[in-house]
Ligand binder design. Structure first.
Ligand SMILES: [Zn+2]
Length: 276
């Protein structure tokens, strides 16, 4: 779920569909839109010499897509053994129950309502299916239940909608909170600084090969939008819709409803911090 197309100064992305790293392959779902960019990225993650694979975000409820994910894994000699969700938005999670039925796998997610099976997913969990190591990184902000998955062997992080391959994400107020989102971006930045993460494997858009640059860009973009919102309020634009019309004048109007969610999150943040 995005609130803008590519932005000036933003690091450019590379691979869109197919193999991105030694352990990660993307099967692009056929659901492109202003909100989903090229469509949802469904990631198949597997240790190269293993016959087991983990699927992250099966995507929309679309049997052709779900079967294409299974076929892609099988052609590589792998069986899907586990399904994970980065968060509960339907473009990522709607097909999860059907996918679990087709693959006879469990679904693990932070939100208990999205799980199939008895295992949750949260801070400190490490996935080791078929020998592949994926560390769970809680990253609330886009939604309260957003998670990222750190794939240390490939110096990569799967980011769901927390960092996208193009544009910026929506902080989906009131479930998503800006303070949480900024903390999550800082947590991801520390993965790039302290843990060698180079690649962002996003939930939409192309792979980013400058993870630190992308996250720094997101932090700077948020700071500049926040300052714009603060100024708009100081100039008498009180309601969220007025602020959107003022601050997002350069953004296509079809994205204004999403932008309004982000503005509501920013107004809440500014109020909580006594800035307006
Ligand atoms: Zn989302």
């Amino acid at each position: 779920m995005t609130d803008a197309a590519a932005l000036p100064g933003q690091p450019r992305g590379g691979v869109l569909s197919g193999r991105a790293t030694a352990r990660a392959v993307n099967v692009l779902a056929p659901n492109p839109s202003a909100m989903t960019l090229d469509g949802t990225n469904t990631w198949i993650v597997s240790e190269p010499d293993s016959d087991l694979a983990v699927v992250v975000d099966p995507g929309p409820l679309d049997d052709v897509h779900l079967r294409a994910v299974i076929d892609t894994a099988e052609k590589a000699g792998k069986r899907v053994a586990l399904t994970l969700l980065t968060h509960g938005h339907p473009d990522h999670a709607e097909g999860a129950a059907r996918f679990a039925e087709l693959t006879r796998t469990k679904v693990r997610a932070l939100d208990p309502a999205l799980r199939l099976g008895d295992e949750g997913l949260g801070a400190g969990d490490v996935i080791t299916t078929g020998g592949v190591e994926m560390r769970v990184v809680p990253t609330p902000g886009h939604t309260a239940d957003s998670l990222c998955f750190h794939l240390p062997a490939d110096q990569a992080v799967l980011t769901g909608d927390t960092v996208l391959g193009r544009g910026t994400t929506v902080v989906a107020h009131p479930d998503g909170r800006l303070g949480d989102y900024l903390d999550s971006l800082r947590r991801l930045r520390s993965l790039t600084v302290d843990d060698g993460v180079r690649l962002v494997l996003p939930g939409h858009g192309p792979v980013l090969d400058d993870a630190q640059g992308a996250i720094e860009f997101y932090l700077a973009h948020r700071a500049s939008r926040l300052a714009q919102v603060e100024t708009a309020v100081e100039n008498g634009h009180v309601s969220a819709s007025e602020v959107v019309a003022h601050v997002y004048a350069d953004v296509d109007r079809s994205l204004w409803p999403a932008a309004e969610l982000s503005v509501r999150a920013q107004l809440a943040y500014l109020r909580e911090h006594g800035l307006i």
